[in-house]
Write a protein that binds this ligand. Structure first.
Ligand code: UDP
Ligand code: MG
Length: 330
């Protein structure tokens, strides 16, 4: 037991339809946090669950220092995390999943590294053995691509299991973009950062709440909000193809002058037209992605909407609310 009374710790947990796990998870998490400090809060963000998750959380409200933030619908994990970070009061804030895939015991290691002076400590999955080979390969490729093109080092396999101190949280709160890719945001803000590894557990119940479409969406957000390289690549490709077309045109001109005109050749023509058509659609698609990004920024809609906040204050050492509540719903 190395409890330190002056350390006020917040744990931010986004949840969506976790009725089977959440009660047990909160009990275990709370027991662990008690070992680490005398004063803590668990900020649980219900991301529009439509099962009994909220009732399960309400059951533990009287006994545990839990604050329940209910979003008005399912806004996605990135928005839920943002809401949680905005609402957390702690001197340090830990974010993690509720499905036991982020082992509760690793929290001690996160805190130990913070005590050594690191402002952000993130846990990297040792291996992704619980995921299929295709998902693993695509994830790896995605991170490599981002690392190569965005200029900022978004660590491969780092998830949302991390510890941040107040400075980092305040910096993240300043990034008000609507299309949120948290892993990129964490890396972008910088600070004195350390990584530790952990063995990712098997999901304790059900299956990943991300479906393939949501993952593809997140990947596209990651790429288009952190790198302009695709735009540049498309432009370069266009110039290259146009150059080839000019050479080819000259060749046709030359051969017509020398050997007369050839009627055959329409397959080549169709082929080229189709190829160019494809390329143009690709280029327009890439442009569209960025324009959609601009559109969602100019609408300036909030990232999330809070339906209600509930707690039965067991929370000691609440840091003066001036810091966190002032800029809550970005
Ligand atoms: N989650 C959420 N909103 C969503 C999807 C997931 O808040 O729209 C929560 C979920 O309840 C869990 C965490 O985010 O606590 C991670 O989700 P999941 O385990 O499904 O994702 P994976 O482990 O595949 O990354
Ligand atoms: Mg999970």
């Amino acid at each position: 037991m190395n409890a330190e009374s002056d350390l006020f710790l917040s744990c931010v947990i986004p949840v969506h339809n976790e009725e089977k796990l959440i009660g047990r998870f909160l009990q275990q998490l709370s027991a662990k946090l008690q070992e680490e400090t005398n004063s803590y809060e668990i900020v649980i963000v219900d991301d529009g669950s439509n099962d009994c998750t909220v009732d399960q959380i309400r059951n533990v409200l009287p006994e545990l220092p839990v604050r329940l933030i209910r979003l008005s619908r399912n806004f996605g994990k990135e928005a839920a995390l943002t809401a949680g970070l905005n609402k957390a009061h702690g001197k340090i804030v830990i974010t993690m999943d509720a499905d036991f895939q982020h082992p509760i015991d690793v929290i001690s290691e996160l805190i130990a590294n913070w005590r050594k002076g690191y402002q952000m400590v993130y846990a990297v999955q040792h291996s992704r053995v619980h995921e299929g080979i295709i998902k693993r390969t695509i994830t790896n490729l995605f991170y490599r691509f981002l690392k190569l093109t965005s200029g900022i080092d978004i660590p491969i396999n780092a998830g949302d299991f991390r510890l941040m101190d107040r400075d980092v949280v305040e910096a993240i709160k300043k990034l008000s973009e609507r299309k949120r890719f948290m892993k990129g945001i964490y890396a972008w803000v910088g600070f004195n950062t350390k990584s530790i590894t952990f063995d990712v557990g098997k999901r304790a119940d059900g299956s990943s709440r991300w479906n393939k479409l949501k993952l593809i969406n997140l990947a596209l957000t990651g790429i288009t909000s952190f790198t302009e390289l695709p735009l540049r690549m498309v432009a370069l490709l266009g110039i290259f193809i146009a150059f080839l077309a000019v050479i080819f045109g000259l060749y046709i001109l030359g051969s017509t002058l020398l050997f007369g005109s050839h009627v055959p050749g329409w397959p080549t023509l169709i082929d080229i037209v189709a190829f160019m058509g494809g390329l143009q659609m690709f280029a327009i698609g890439v442009l569209g992605e960025y324009i959609a990004g601009i559109f969602s920024e100019v609408k300036r809609r909030p990232v999330y909407i809070i339906a209600s906040e509930e707690s039965e204050s067991k929370i000691k050492n609440k840091v003066s609310s001036s810091q966190s509540d002032s800029q809550s719903e970005v």
